[in-house]
Design a protein around this ligand. Structure first.
Ligand code: TXA
Ligand code: MG
Length: 348
């Protein structure tokens, strides 16, 4: 199919408003629109239309046992699609609109194709103005996974979306993804307890002010053979560049010593303050700036972008520092160990 583009949707102009109205109509009629959110780009279709959901899985090449998040314009609308929960209301008041997804028992109006047959559905209210305007224009909730082909890093730029989905969707809307990794996902377990299924821009420390937080085992580790998955997305190899990625455990000096001993062609994802050192070594390694070492927010913002770009230089290996696991770094750690297929090396 021929994909239509609006690279810079301008919500303040008539032309921009007409574009969004058209995108909303495409969704309402069962088509697919890629749109920016504050986390990553989403591949959207009408969440109340089973055929639209089937098209999403096909466009992404995604296994149909991995359910979709539904995106709503206002948190108050969640009750139309899920059972009510006071804990949801408290979380919504603090974190929505924003990068938090909540898993709740689904109402029958949500098609089984969206929930992959689970009794629950994941709900999120994005804060990105284009995402918000699109949901309003569509007049229906929008089911949207990240807009990558299944298995590759989620796209955070218009160019990266085009690389994956040009010709596979009806329309692509451009924009900025301020956070750069997918939303935090929680499942509500009781009035005061929740399980963190996927870390993101809302940290366990922030959630801890509202409920007792249990980390799903898959957040920090590889699932063991035969272990039950709480969030189906956790069982697939994820976010991975095609080039093998290795994570280096050790401080900056240890990582530099280790990398100086490596031969062959490789790329390094380095903290900003380390880039000059690696660049001074000449053409190999190829160096990518992951953001300041003390700024996990900036690293999150850049992670998927640099993973995709590092993959394009055609090196044998990519090296990156192993992140910490506190605060925002937990989301980095969670994505990077998957991208690296759990290959962690001690640098000395
Ligand atoms: O930031 C985000 O969340 C982005 C943007 C587009 O909103 N969306 C996103 O969707 O990351 P996706 O499909 O790539 O990841 C959704 C994850 C999957 O791992 C899926 O298994 C999990 O959410 N999930 C969806 N419904 C679930 C449910 N009912 N129970 C447990 N996990 C669920
Ligand atoms: Mg995804």
């Amino acid at each position: 199919m021929k994909t239509e583009y609006i690279e810079y949707p301008d919500l303040s102009s008539d032309k921009g408003k007409q574009g969004i109205a058209r995108a909303g109509e495409i969704i309402r009629r069962g088509g697919l629109v890629v749109f920016p959110t504050e986390t990553v780009f989403g591949l959207g279709g009408n969440a109340l239309d089973s055929d639209a959901a089937a098209k999403i899985y096909a466009a992404k090449g995604r296994p149909s046992d991995n359910p979709l998040i539904i995106h709503i314009a206002y948190p108050e609308e969640a009750g139309k699609y899920t059972e009510k929960s006071e804990l949801f209301d408290r979380l919504a008041k603090r974190f929505m609109p924003g990068p938090l997804t909540v898993v709740l028992p689904a109402k029958p109006i949500i098609p089984k194709t969206v929930t992959a047959g689970l009794p629950t559905v994941a709900v999120r209210c994005p804060s990105h103005p284009v995402a918000h305007a699109l949901i309003e224009a569509a007049g229906v909730p929008i089911a949207a996974p990240s807009a990558n082909l299944s298995g590759s890093p989620s796209p955070t730029t218009f160019a990266h979306v085009k690389e994956d989905l040009d010709g596979r969707v009806d329309m692509i809307l451009g924009g900025e993804c301020a956070i750069g990794v997918e939303s935090t996902i929680v499942r509500l377990d009781g009035p005061d307890s929740l399980t963190l299924l996927r870390p993101g821009g809302i940290t366990p420390e922030q959630l801890g002010e509202f409920a007792r937080v249990t980390l799903s085992a898959a957040v920090l580790d590889k699932l063991k053979e035969g272990e039950r998955v709480q969030s189906p997305g956790m069982k697939y190899k994820h976010y991975a560049p095609k080039t093998p990625l290795f994570l280096l455990r050790g401080d900056s000096e240890a990582r530099k010593r280790y990398l100086l001993r490596q031969s062959g062609s490789f790329a390094v994802l380095a903290y900003t303050e380390e880039t000059e050192f690696f660049r001074s070594l000449g053409s190999s390694p190829v160096v990518f700036d992951l953001g300041a070492g003390d700024d996990p927010g900036e690293q999150l913002h850049r992670l998927f972008y640099v993973l995709r770009e590092a993959d394009k230089v055609g090196c044998e290996r990519i090296y990156a520092p192993l992140p910490a696991t506190d605060g925002l770094s937990l989301a980095l750690y969670n994505r990077m160990i998957r991208a690296a297929a759990y290959q962690i090396v001690q640098a000395d």
